[in-house]
Design a binder for this molecule. Structure first.
Ligand code: MG
Length: 171
């Protein structure tokens, strides 16, 4: 059994993670259209990760006996000014997600739901990485500026990213 408030906010987080996947897939499509296939790949992997995050929370809810009722996923934006603008939006979005995760931990703490606190700790750590990854690409894009050949090299780097299924070890 799970506290009503905690159950509700975790189901909301499933939706938020799926929205994140949708947002990054939309960004991937934008990069494909620009011919930046490495960036498109990076975003596609990012979308896969977000879907995996949603499923990790979904499975946790099922394990805790929660009846999961899914809600509509908002349409993501589909236009950006340039690659730097996209990555700045990624960072902004991840900072927002971090605040959502922190809020879940705070609510779980209030009702002394140790299982949720422990499980969501993985997401707290994951968010540090999510923000750092976005920041890293932003810094590189700022260095690159209008240098097309440098952008091409970064695009080649981002083509190497592969999806690794995340797992959460519980004691
Ligand atoms: Mg996520």
């Amino acid at each position: 059994m799970i506290n009503e408030k905690v159950g509700k906010i975790l189901i909301e987080q499933v939706n938020k993670e799926l929205y994140s996947a949708y947002l990054y897939l939309s960004m991937s499509a934008y990069f494909s259209d620009l011919g930046l296939l490495g960036f498109a790949n990076w975003m596609r992997v990012q979308a896969q990760e977000e879907t995996a995050h949603a499923m990790l929370i979904y499975d946790f809810l099922i394990d805790r006996g929660e009846r999961v009722i899914l809600t509509p996923i908002d349409a993501p934006p589909n236009r950006w000014k340039n690659p730097l603008n996209v990555m700045e939006e990624v960072l902004k979005h991840e900072i927002y997600v971090t605040s959502l995760i922190n809020n879940i931990v705070t609510i779980a703490e209030e009702v002394k739901d140790r299982a949720t606190m422990s499980y969501m700790n993985w997401f707290v750590d994951e968010q540090v990485e999510e923000e750092a990854n976005a920041q890293d690409i932003i810094s590189k894009l700022k260095l690159i500026g209008d240098d097309k050949s440098a952008l091409y090299l970064l695009d080649k780097d981002l083509a190497a990213r592969i999806f690794v299924q995340p797992t959460i070890k519980t004691a």
